[in-house]
Every structure is written in structure tokens, then in C-alpha cells.
Design a protein around this ligand. Structure first.
Ligand SMILES: Nc1nc2c(c(=O)[nH]1)N[C@H]1C(S)=C(S)[C@@H](COP(=O)(O)OP(=O)(O)OC[C@H]3O[C@@H](n4cnc5c(=O)[nH]c(N)nc54)[C@H](O)[C@@H]3O)O[C@H]1N2
Ligand SMILES: Nc1nc2c(c(=O)[nH]1)N[C@H]1C(S)=C(S)[C@@H](COP(=O)(O)OP(=O)(O)OC[C@H]3O[C@@H](n4cnc5c(=O)[nH]c(N)nc54)[C@H](O)[C@@H]3O)O[C@H]1N2
Ligand code: SF4
Ligand SMILES: [Mo]
Length: 766
């Protein structure tokens, strides 16, 4: 299953599963773990995963409950940690054996399976291979290149959300002392639309609920999210909501397994029984139909209030805490049912049934993820969800609120630490005052703008701390060319990936410690901190022998690079920070609100929760109130003969990295180049199950973007939609196809046509 061969697709299909987790999940987790590492290490990582004083799961950002179970992890969490704790190693011999051009022909799966990076490596101008370089020489080289740039804005500092608070804080400090706000991050491709919409309407770009609110809610919407695969322990939380009498509505173009039924492997019922049905109602929505859905629900609420004044809306809340209600209400009364039904593909009766549930519920939470954020109208959709919650006062009180379910384990923390190309002025002032410098005033580049800048020769140095930029971003061919145009690309990474094979004139791989590795510095063993999706900040301590003696921690690499690059510019004790991470936390405590007495408070086993002012009815908007917004109706339309394609995750991958070729819950085995389409659409398109097709995206720039040779799988997807895996389909997403306001690539809304390549009987197609 996890051979070192580069696997070829050998598709087999079984019916999609109706339930998620259960004993099979545990078996799969252990199997993957043992294929990577030893029984002893598997036991060590799994026993300390998500325990107080243990390793924070490097998987998703779902929080740990206060009452921790002995096995406080899911199948995928176990796979993520053991993918990192693998005993396989990539050494300098490996790089001598394989040229960069050869490595570039390998699959993402193969690159990851080679194991942990152990030595700093350099590709010099014109070289065909990476060769070993000493740390000092590597860091001197980068510092010299940075200092030689005409402007600091020619450098880019990318982060992915696995980076700890301590490393993130130092990275943004370094970038700003150096003189740029160019801090693109994975969030730009992820929950940026949530941040934009929530910041504007509620005054803070984060979720407002805690796990207790989830347990306590009467009604939870799970919209555009596949928790069975991507946030598996969220299902345990939803199970508890249901046990307490709450209800769940799932909104998705696909009937995702975990949303239907969940077998909790942590209790006997889940192991032997049929498990808990999760969704009380499933709305199989068309892609991009969510804005229309919530507009219709809002119209129904306004009409119900008109029919029985004083009984439906929370007028006291609206009067005391919001602005913009009248304009919003006028616009919403005009929403057309014909348009709503066309956009959503739902029946009016289904929406009215949801409305009845809403009327019966005092406490409502809406959870969402990439199915909303990665659309052109993602920001208005989330604003409309805020309207929906505001109408009945479902913001600020227990059991109610907004819940953007974050992806990477510390993506929220990185933003809190200042990883953003346009941090607010108060943060910049506090940072400048603490360290005695003036941070650059001009906003920096986000991920999409960073690609444009490299493409156009305006950015010349790319430094990535974690992540796999070239595969995470859209328009793969354009992005690859952009990176290859750079003078220098640097990747601070744990494992080999495509961003090491698609590189600049000079390229460096700097191997680093992961979450599971013990981090020993001059003052002793260090820990780092992270912030989960519900603003809980806590410690993570690596437990394993580091993957190699030559590894430096992210903090150490950033400190040493910063000292060499800007050490003479502003006096900052980089060496002391490297020796003692507690000193970094002392500085964070002085710069970032909510972190007072950081070192002391993080000693509590569960850490501490950052305040969310929304829960005290404090809204940091210009009007100091929550804002009702008017959002113009929008929907996704594909011309005749076309489909709306979404690019999503299989069960066996972590973002850009496939762990295996399966997507168990959807019944896809031994293949990733598949495209899931409703059988009725296939018939209309003159295609059949298992036909081999090219997927071609259609965009107004007229450029042909083609993903080759995918097998069509007849699947119960919403009519007019198609689904295929990321990152194989990123080539189809045009760089300029972005969400309004947030600039997030529209990875869930690409208009495509399917072109048959070879018919199933082997004869040539069209
Ligand atoms: N195992 C595993 N866990 C992960 C990750 C991983 O790669 N693997 N990645 C992590 C990260 S960084 C993130 S951001 C999260 C992502 O978590 P998800 O957002 O759950 O990830 P996706 O696979 O992109 O799935 C998007 C879901 O939205 C649905 N969807 C697509 N378009 C629409 C739409 O227009 N409307 C509605 N209502 N639904 C739609 C899809 O059918 C799918 O169920 O997961 C995190 N957890
Ligand atoms: N088409 C399409 N594109 C998407 C998405 C989509 O749904 N569809 N989703 C988007 C989303 S939500 C996200 S978050 C991005 C993800 O984008 P990224 O965060 O950039 O990508 P990852 O795949 O998580 O990065 C994996 C690499 O991180 C490195 N790594 C892992 N752990 C550590 C660590 O502890 N330290 C260091 N230094 N390195 C480490 C390893 O080398 C590994 O190869 O992709 C986005 N792109
Ligand atoms: S739900 Fe997320 S954080 Fe929790 S164990 Fe699973 S992958 Fe890790
Ligand atoms: Mo993400």
C-alpha cells in the first residue's frame, strides 16, 4: 500500500460509504503508521498525541475537548503524525543519485514517501543536482542575496499553517525589520474569505464558538465541509450535540460519509452498532448555491416576522448591537424564488423545512470550510450567513455563533502572530515600539499577488517556511514558471515535495524539526505553542529523537538568518531567542493582545483561550456594531455541455501530499486521476462511467488549461457539478480567477468541459 514505487492508477470503485470512522479507521491508521515507522515509535507518538504535555496533532485545527480520552486522535491524525515520524531518510546520497529534472518527473506521493530531509542542500546556478552545503554557508548565501536586492519588496516570505506561534512571530518580525510586508501564507488559499467577511461584519476574523457551544447548540449547519475526512473528531462533537437534543443540517453537493452516519471508535456503540446518524437533513446543493440558500432563509425569516410581529426576529439584539438592518431587509425581501431554486438546485419545500427547524431553534451555529471560501462570491456568502445569525441574535450568546473550521493546526495562530500582508496599524505600532524600529507601511503581497510578482520579475527571492507553495497554488504551469524565474528559492521543510524540484536559479533546502521531534536548545528542551480553530492556545512538545543530527528548528533557522541579514540594522537578541523560546513568548505577550503572562498561562494543561470580543457583544467595526450587509445575488452557471468542477481532498492525503491512492469513504481505490460526475449529467454529455477524459477549464482569457487523462466515475454528485482531487487539478484554476475581496483562488468553482480521450473498450474516442 505504501510502496516506494511510483504508483500507476489502477482504479476500482465500490459504492460510497454511508458512515465514517469505526474500527476500520483505527486499522487503517495503524497500518499506515507501521509502514512508516516502528511499533515503539508508533506507540510513542500516538500515546502523546493531543495529550496535555504532549504533541499537538499536526493535522487539522479542530480543538481537543477538556475531558481528554486516552486516544484523543483520529485515523487521519495518526497518519499525519506518523508520516512525519517516518524512519525513512533523504540524505545527500539520494540527491547525488537523482537529478532535479528526474525528481521533477516523480509523483507528489513518491516524493513524500522518500522520508525526512536530513541535510541542508543547495542547487547552484546551472547545476543539475542538489549538493550538500554547511548551515553557515547556506545562511550566509541567503543573507547575501537578500541584502543585494534593490528593494526588500523583491523578497517573499511564505508560511504554511503548521508553523508554531514562536517561529511565525519571529518570521514576521524578521520580514518587517528587513523592510517588507510580503508575508503570503496558506490562509490566502484557505479561510481568507472567512477572515474578510467576519472582520467586516463582526470586527474579528475568527470563529466565535467553543466546543461547549457546539455541544449546547439546538441546530448546527455544516456547510461546504467534509468533516469525516478533514476534521474527523468534529464528528464526536456533533454526536454529543445530538445526544443533547440538537440537530444538524448538512449542505453539500456530495453526500459525504461522515455527515450521514458516524461510528465513534472511542465508544462501544460506535464499534459494534450502526453508529449515530449525524445529519437530520441533507441539502444537496449546487456548487456556489449557498449565498442564494441563506438569502432565501433570511427572506423567510423576515416574512415570518411580518406575519407574526415580535415573535421571530430578536429585535432587542438587532436594535442594540447591529447596523444596516433596514437596507438589508429591503434588499432581502426582493430575493426571487426562481433565482434561488436555479442557484441551489433545491426544492422550495426543502428550504422551507430548514426554515421550520430554524424557527424551533434558539441557539444556532453555522460551521463551514472550503466549500464556501473558495468561490468567487465566497465573501458575500459568509456575510449572508452572518446576516442569518444576526436576525435571531445568534451571535454572542452561548450555543450560538460562527464557526469557520480552520485547516492547518496553527493557521489561526500564525495570523494572530502577524503573518499577514496587511496587519492592522495597532499591531504594527506595538511591534515597532517593542523592538525599536518602524515597520514598513505599504501592504505586502498575498499568495496570488506573489505569483504575479515572480512571474513579472518584480519578486526575485522566495523563502517558504513549511508548506508546498508550488502545488498549493493555482494555475500550476504559470506558477511553476514564476518560481523558476526567481534568483533564489529557499524551502524550510521536513519532507521532500514539488517545491524542491521547481526552483529558482539558486535553490536551498533547509531541513527542519517537525512537531514530533524533541527540540533541544542551549537552555534545555523547548516547547512551542499553537492556537486551534476555537482560539485555544496551548503547548506542543516533541517527544522523538530528531530525524537527523543535522536538523535545526524553525526558530533557530529564522534567528540565524535574521541575525545575518538585519543584525546590523536593529538590535534584536536573535541568539537569545534561539536559546530560550520563553523569551520569544515574553515578547509576544507584550505585542499581541490576549497573550498577557503568556509563559505562565500556557503552563495550564489545556492552555488558555484568547478572548473573542464578539462574545461580550463588543464589535470592533467602525460603527462598533455588528453589520448587516446587502449582498447581490450571485450564482455559478456553466454553459450547456459544461460542468462546475471543485477540487477537493481525498481521505488519504494531507493537502498537497497523497499518502495513498485511495478515497475510502467515496469508494475510490488505487487511483487519484478520477472525476466524479452525476450519472444523469454523464448521459447528457454522452459519456459513460470509466471513460477516460481530459478536463479542460473554460475561462475568459481564452487560454486552454488541460488536466490530462482522468477516469470518469458515475457518482451521486449534485447535478451540473464535478469533483476531482487537488493538487492534480490546480492546473485548471486560472490565476486571475479569485474570490472578490479575499483574492482566494476559486478552487471550488471552475467551469470545465470533459473531452473523451479513449473509450473504455480501448477504441479511440472523439
Ligand atoms: N485528512 C485531511 N485533513 C485535512 C486536510 C487534508 O488535506 N487531509 N486539510 C486541512 C485543511 S488545510 C483544510 S482548509 C481543511 C479543509 O476541509 P474541507 O473544506 O472539508 O476540505 P475539502 O476536501 O476541500 O472539501 C470541501 C467540501 O465542501 C464541499 N463543497 C464544494 N463546493 C461546495 C459548495 O459550493 N457548497 C457547499 N455547501 N459545499 C461545497 C465539498 O463537496 C466537500 O465536502 O481540512 C484540513 N484537514
Ligand atoms: N485546488 C486546490 N488548491 C488548494 C486547496 C484546494 O482545496 N483546492 N486548498 C488550499 C488550502 S485550504 C491550503 S491550507 C493550502 C495548503 O498549502 P501548504 O500548507 O503550502 O501545503 P501542505 O501540503 O500542507 O505542505 C506540505 C509540506 O509542508 C512541509 N512540512 C510539514 N510539516 C512541517 C513542519 O513542521 N515544518 C516545516 N518547516 N515544514 C513542514 C513538508 O515538507 C510537506 O511536504 O493549499 C491550498 N490549495
Ligand atoms: S481531528 Fe484533526 S487535530 Fe484531531 S486528531 Fe484528527 S487530524 Fe488531528
Ligand atoms: Mo487550508
Amino acid at each position: 500500500m505504501t510502496s516506494l514505487e511510483d504508483p500507476k492508477d489502477n482504479l476500482s470503485v465500490t459504492p460510497p460509504k454511508e458512515w465514517a470512522a469505526g474500527v476500520t479507521a483505527v486499522r487503517h491508521a495503524i497500518e499506515y503508521s507501521l509502514s512508516q515507522t516502528s511499533v515503539r515509535k508508533t506507540a510513542l507518538t500516538l500515546l502523546s498525541l493531543n495529550q496535555a504535555n504532549g504533541i499537538d496533532c499536526p493535522g487539522c485545527a479542530w480543538p481537543e475537548p477538556d475531558r481528554r480520552h486516552r486516544n484523543e486522535y483520529c485515523e487521519n491524525g495518526a497518519k499525519h503524525i506518523n508520516d512525519e515520524a517516518t524512519t525513512r531518510r533523504v540524505t545527500d546520497e539520494f540527491f547525488a543519485r537523482h537529478s532535479i529534472a528526474e525528481l521533477d518527473t516523480k509523483s507528489d506521493y513518491w516524493l513524500n514517501q522518500q522520508g525526512r530531509l536530513t541535510e541542508p542542500m543547495v542547487k547552484r546556478p546551472g547545476a543539475t543536482h542538489y549538493e550538500r552545503i554547511r548551515w553557515n554557508e547556506a545562511l550566509d548565501l541567503i543573507a547575501a542575496e537578500l541584502r543585494a536586492l534593490d528593494s526588500p519588496d523583491e523578497a517573499l516570505f511564505y508560511t504554511s499553517g503548521r508553523v508554531s506561534n514562536e517561529a511565525a512571530f519571529l518570521l514576521q518580525l524578521f520580514a518587517r525589520v528587513y523592510g517588507t510586508n510580503n508575508l503570503p501564507d496558506c490562509s490566502n488559499m484557505c479561510h481568507e474569505s472567512s477572515g474578510s467577511a467576519l472582520g467586516e461584519t463582526l470586527g474579528i476574523g475568527k470563529g466565535s464558538v467553543s466546543l461547549d457551544d457546539i455541544y449546547d447548540a439546538d441546530l448546527i449547519f455544516v456547510v461546504g465541509q467534509n468533516p469525516g475526512t478533514n476534521h474527523p473528531r468534529m464528528l464526536s462533537a456533533l454526536e454529543e450535540t445530538k445526544r443533547n437534543g440538537g440537530h444538524v443540517i448538512a449542505v453539500n453537493p456530495l453526500p459525504e460519509a461522515g455527515l450521514i452516519r458516524f461510528k465513534n471508535p472511542q465508544n462501544a456503540r460506535g464499534v459494534v452498532g450502526r453508529g449515530t446518524p449525524i445529519a437530520d437533513q441533507f441539502l444537496q446543493i449546487r456548487p456556489g448555491g449557498d449565498l442564494a440558500l441563506f438569502q432565501a432563509l433570511n427572506r423567510l425569516l423576515l416574512e415570518a416576522e411580518d406575519a407574526a410581529p415580535g415573535t421571530v426576529l430578536d429585535e432587542d439584539f438587532i436594535r442594540a448591537h447591529t447596523t444596516g438592518f433596514e437596507l438589508f431587509a429591503d434588499a432581502t425581501r426582493q430575493v426571487s424564488w426562481d433565482a434561488v431554486l436555479a442557484a441551489t438546485g433545491l426544492a422550495r419545500a426543502e428550504i422551507e423545512q430548514v426554515h421550520q427547524r430554524v424557527l424551533r431553534s434558539k441557539k444556532i451555529i453555522v460551521c463551514w470550510a472550503m466549500g464556501l471560501t473558495q468561490h468567487k462570491h465566497g465573501v458575500p456568502t459568509i456575510r449572508e450567513i452572518v446576516n442569518f445569525l444576526l436576525l435571531r441574535g445568534n451571535i454572542g450568546r452561548p450555543g450560538a455563533g460562527v464557526c469557520p473550521v480552520r485547516g492547518h493546526s496553527n493557521v489561526q495562530g500564525d495570523r494572530t502572530m502577524g503573518i499577514w500582508e496587511r496587519m492592522p496599524q495597532e499591531f504594527m505600532d506595538a511591534l515597532g515600539q517593542e523592538f525599536g524600529f518602524t515597520p514598513p507601511a505599504a501592504h505586502g503581497l498575498d499568495s496570488v499577488d506573489a505569483i504575479r510578482a515572480m512571474r513579472d520579475g518584480r519578486a526575485k527571492v522566495f523563502i517558504g517556511v513549511a508548506g508546498n507553495f508550488v502545488r498549493a497554488t493555482p494555475d500550476s504551469e504559470v506558477t511553476e514558471a514564476a518560481l523558476r524565474r526567481c534568483r533564489l528559492t529557499v524551502q524550510i521543510s521536513t519532507k521532500l515535495n514539488r517545491s524542491h524540484t521547481v526552483c529558482g536559479e539558486i535553490a536551498l533546502i533547509l531541513p527542519t524539526l517537525g512537531r514530533s521531534d524533541r527540540d533541544e536548545q542551549a537552555t534545555g528542551e523547548q516547547f512551542v505553542t499553537v492556537e486551534d480553530s476555537m482560539s485555544q492556545v496551548h503547548a506542543s512538545r516533541g517527544r522523538l529523537e530528531p530525524a537527523g543530527p543535522g536538523l535545526l528548528s524553525e526558530v533557530a533557522i529564522i534567528c540565524r538568518l535574521a541575525r545575518r541579514t538585519v543584525g546590523d540594522k536593529v538590535s534584536i537578541p536573535w541568539d537569545e531567542f534561539e536559546d530560550d523560546y520563553g523569551l520569544i513568548r515574553d515578547r509576544i505577550a507584550r505585542v499581541v493582545p490576549g497573550f498577557e503572562n503568556f509563559n505562565q498561562r500556557v503552563e495550564a494543561p489545556a492552555g488558555f483561550r484568547l478572548p473573542n470580543p464578539v462574545n461580550d457583544y463588543v464589535f470592533r467595526t467602525p460603527s462598533k456594531k455588528a453589520v448587516f450587509t446587502c449582498n447581490e445575488f450571485a450564482m455559478l452557471e456553466a454553459p450547456e455541455g459544461h460542468l462546475v468542477l471543485q477540487s477537493l481532498r481525498s481521505h488519504d492525503q494531507w493537502n498537497t501530499i497523497p499518502y495513498a491512492m485511495n478515497d475510502r469513504y467515496r469508494g475510490i481505490h488505487n487511483a487519484r486521476r478520477v472525476v466524479l460526475v452525476n450519472p444523469a449529467d454523464l448521459e447528457d454529455l454522452g459519456l459513460a462511467d470509466r471513460d477516460l477524459v481530459d478536463i479542460i477549464s473554460v475561462w475568459h482569457d481564452g487560454v486552454e488549461r488541460r488536466a490530462r487523462e482522468f477516469s470518469v466515475v458515475a457518482y451521486p454528485a449534485a447535478r451540473g457539478s464535478a469533483a476531482a482531487y487537488y493538487p492534480e487539478t490546480n492546473v485548471l484554476v486560472p490565476l486571475d480567477s479569485v474570490a472578490d475581496v479575499s483574492n482566494t483562488p476559486t478552487s471550488k468553482g471552475v467551469v470545465v468541459r470533459l473531452e473523451r480521450v479513449v473509450a473504455t473498450n480501448g477504441a479511440k474516442g472523439e
